[in-house]
Design a protein. Structure first.
Length: 287
């Protein structure tokens, strides 16, 4: 059987008891290491699990899944996922391959916390979140802005938008590839400040007010860990915020922000007076 096991968001201790039991008896243990990362390294996981862990990068999962699934119809294989197993479509694809395998490979999923639920720590109600969007690193020649349309749809309904920020792990250096060399770039993790800045840049092009300077937002970092950080303010303020080490995410607040949400979130505000003033003028009673 293939066990797809959620590890939670922070460290080796977040795995469930059921998950840990499977990991310790499985024939092989893989760690998917490109859609998200834990806040501890591979060696720390191996010490706690008492087992070697095989790192599965994007190429392994997407192009060499047969290696992961080898003998899984006869033996237990553990596939570890940061957060919750089905928060990323990659893992749905792997489960589908198990169904299509000859013979079919039985699967079992062990869920855990993900950013999609942990973001409730901001005080914003999960019931009033709309579509989740992703923000990628802009380059000189590539500045995709399709996220703006999804945010606009959420904003039209007064809903909050969770923005997941880009990470680059084991990304090939394209210039080196052009010279016939395989070289990987150093890992990069987008910050709340970078995300807010890119949203403001796109607003300059679209000019619909969806991601304007005075839109309220909440930045989070390392949710679920002992040193998690939550900062609230305008997009303009968050574009200057420093939340420290990865991983970061951002929530753009919807107009339906209830008074109870405001009362909770304002404690994280960089400038409480400004936050309160904007909320009363543009959000209170607008839902």
């Amino acid at each position: 059987m293939l066990y797809i096991i959620g590890l939670g968001l922070a460290d080796e201790l977040d795995v469930s008891v059921k998950g840990l039991e499977v990991i310790r008896r499985a024939e092989r243990v893989y760690l998917e290491a490109y859609t998200a990362v834990l806040l501890v390294d591979q060696q720390q996981l191996e010490r706690y699990y008492g087992r070697p862990v095989i790192i599965a990068d994007r190429e392994t999962v997407e192009s060499h899944s047969d290696d992961i699934l080898a003998d899984a119809h006869e033996k237990d294989v553990a596939f570890l996922v940061v957060g919750d197993p089905f928060s990323a479509t990659t893992h749905t694809d792997l489960a589908l391959r198990c169904r299509q395998h000859d013979p079919p490979i039985p699967t079992r999923t062990l869920p855990n916390a993900s950013i999609l639920t942990a973001v409730g720590a901001t005080g914003l109600s999960l019931y009033t979140f709309g579509q989740t969007v992703s923000m990628v690193f802009f380059t000189d020649n590539w500045r995709p802005s399709s996220f703006y349309d999804r945010v606009a749809e959420n904003a039209g309904l007064g809903l909050h938008t969770l923005v997941l920020l880009d990470i680059k792990v084991k990304e090939p250096d394209l210039k080196a590839m052009a010279r016939g060399k395989i070289v990987y770039e150093a890992p990069r993790f987008m910050t709340v400040a970078q995300c807010a800045s890119q949203m403001l840049d796109v607003e300059e092009e679209r000019k619909q007010g969806i991601c304007g300077q005075d839109r309220l937002a909440v930045g989070v970092a390392r949710l679920g860990s002992e040193n998690q950080a939550i900062v609230a303010g305008t997009l303009e303020e968050l574009a200057e915020a420093d939340l420290g080490k990865p991983l970061h995410s951002l929530v753009l607040c919807g107009r339906k922000m209830h008074e109870m949400e405001w009362e909770y979130v304002r404690e994280f505000a960089m400038d409480q007076d400004k936050f309160d003033r904007i909320w009363r003028a543009d959000y209170a009673g607008k839902g």
